[in-house]
Design a protein around this ligand. Sequence first.
Ligand SMILES: Cc1ncc(COP(=O)(O)O)c(C=O)c1O
Length: 373
Amino acid sequence: MPFTPFDLEYTQSLWEQKVDFNLTESGVHPIRLDELLGGDESLFNELLAAEINYPHVNGNPLLRESIAELYDGAGVGNVLVTVGAAEANNIIMQTLMRPGDELLTQTPTYKQVWGLAENSGHIVRSFRLQADASWALDVDELNAGVTEKTRIIAIVNPNNPTGHIMTDAEMDAVVAAADRVGAWILADEVYRGAERLQEEETKSFYGRYDKVLAVGSMSKAYALPGLRIGWVVGPRQMVDDIWRRHEYTTITATALSNILATHALSPDVRPRLIKRTRNYIRNGFPVLEKWMNSQDGLFSYTPPEASAVTFIRYHLDINSTELMEKLCRDAGVFVGAGDSFGMDHHLRMAFGQEKAVLEEAFGRIANTLQSIA
Ligand SMILES: Cc1ncc(COP(=O)(O)O)c(C=O)c1O
């Protein structure tokens, strides 16, 4: 069977260490260790005294408790800690998908589970988030894509790359479609907490339907991607089945990451981290928007409701991967190619950085675009 590489992550492997500005990160500028510790000496001493051992295979109980609190009705038994959302998505797919099963998912999207399904020989069907309707979900396409073989409906909400947050009606439509055929919903909610316009955190699919696996992460809303901590929250029996795959895949996340993530999700620290992320997002988007609007109609876009990225339509006659490579080579700026998300003639641009960094990077992009135009 031909192997489909994970295009976005593959291009990141190729380019992110070679450019001056990496605008492909969908999270905000990462936190430094000293900023995370915030002068907490007892935590510092705990870290120094920690044995670099295997921690609890399914995650420290205190960490799982803090994660469970983020989901109405969940308890520690509903939580499995994984090595990033990346592992969570992977072992959910391993656990659920049987020969002949189909995956139904959105487009554009972060194409991890899409690629995993294709690489295991599954049919992947998709429904659109509509570019000309502020990325609203195409409910007719969703309903048309569900078949008796649909095992999982996979969604990313808030969405990557568009930053769209589903309305209640859209969430209800996904649940109704899944319920019609008894499919599971894989709700990748790693941008929950990274809202730009609203204070209320994005609602989880967890609790709206009995067959939901909600995936979260420390990487985006908490700006701690290097911790490599993610999780799955779902029905206990299914979480235990997924845990069996976790033992085969990574065994466990690291001991130090468990300690640091527990600290990050504690009631005193979590609000500080969410605020920091939202400040980056809320201050960064106007810089991007001002720049896009100064580019003589070169771009069309719907402002994102969450996340630190915007999915932008550019009006130039050049393929998005070609343009991405040209920007890396000529401008030293790396942005996501629309191709990586299933939609050419778009770029995914990140704005979760300091203003001066953004302005320098956008200026360089403008010069390269002028040379093409
Ligand atoms: C939608 C989505 N899911 C999962 C991941 C992977 O997250 P993690 O760093 O927690 O593995 C990403 C990273 O960009 C993402 O955008």
